[in-house]
Design a protein around this ligand. Structure first.
Ligand code: G1P
Length: 292
């Protein structure tokens, strides 16, 4: 039986320093794009991809995330009173459909460390990692695209896309070669490096926040020393994993927004609002009236 992906881990214990002061007392994962918190977009992507078990890695000051995905009696009551059956179903569906668990990362020691603390929740099976900063709009959910590829490759897969040289130092960067038979979308990874300078970057292929990882990553993470920014980096662990087994990168189909960055967040807000049936037309009129 080929291995399948049933669980996704959402690291959400970061300090959100790129979004201060908004994130001083509120998790950045709860910043709303139009009217939905960032993390909900990514959880909906997981659910649309067929994932039913979600582990959120939280840290200090992240209670709002747990509250958000809890059954909300007050909200359900109000929606019921107002006869908003569709919204009521939607709210109920998300808490019914998914099995949420929370693991506390006691210290913000880095993304790699956050994944390591999910070890018991994940167990000995391949799993997905989804970062809430990366919002991906696509016809087939990005994670579903990766899960379909996983069925064929049975190995770790990192989402990637090309980014301009001027931005490459914000990302993990991939060196590899294209694998035949995938229309240039699959790369066999030879090396990965976390946030290199533009001069040192081995390519323009950036790591984007969707991963499918084989469980051997946990053993490797235990041995991964602190790297960039004095944090335990997932990228460094993947580099060690490459010594044991193949890792692939996948150029997903869709548009990705870096919602953890102020400008990226604004762009996503405008585009998502324009697409809304209830807001789009009026919002477009308003933007036009600005005569920029
Ligand atoms: C993390 C990873 C980096 C990856 C990025 C994608 O960095 O460490 O390799 O390119 O996510 O969003 P962060 O943005 O958390 O600093």
């Amino acid at each position: 039986m080929p291995l399948q992906i049933a669980k996704a881990v959402f690291p959400a214990a970061g300090l959100g320093t790129r979004f201060l002061p908004a994130t001083k007392a509120q998790p950045k994962e709860m910043l709303p794009l139009v009217d939905k918190p960032l993390i909900q977009y990514v959880i909906e992507e997981a659910v649309a991809s067929g994932i039913r078990n979600i582990t959120i890695i939280t840290g200090r000051g992240k209670n709002a995330i747990e509250d958000h995905f809890d059954v909300s009696y007050e909200l359900e009551h109000v929606l019921e009173l107002r006869g908003k059956q569709d919204q009521l179903n939607e709210v109920r569906q998300i808490s019914n459909m998914i099995n949420f668990s929370y693991v506390r990362q006691k210290e913000a020691l880095g993304l790699g460390h956050a994944i390591l603390v999910s070890r018991d929740a994940v167990g000995n099976e391949p799993f997905a990692v989804m970062l809430g900063d990366d919002i991906i709009d696509s016809e087939v959910p990005c994670l579903r695209q990766m899960m379909d590829l996983f069925e064929k490759l049975q190995a770790s897969i990192i989402a990637t896309c090309e980014v301009p040289k001027s931005e490459i130092s914000h990302y993990g960067v991939i060196r590899g070669y294209p694998v035949d038979g995938f229309n240039g979308r699959v790369v066999r990874v030879q090396d990965v490096v976390e946030k290199p300078s533009a001069a040192e970057a081995p390519s323009n292929l950036a790591i984007i926040g969707r991963y499918i990882l084989m469980p051997e990553i946990f053993g490797v993470l235990e041995k991964t020393a602190s790297g960039k920014g004095n944090e335990i980096q997932l990228t460094d662990a993947i580099r060690l994993l490459l010594e044991q087994q193949p890792v692939y990168a996948y150029m997903f189909q869709g548009t990705r927004y870096d919602a953890g960055d102020k400008l990226g967040f604004l762009k996503a807000t405008v585009e998502f609002a324009l697409r809304r049936a209830d807001l789009g037309a009026e919002f477009k009129q308003y933007l036009k009236s600005l005569k920029l």
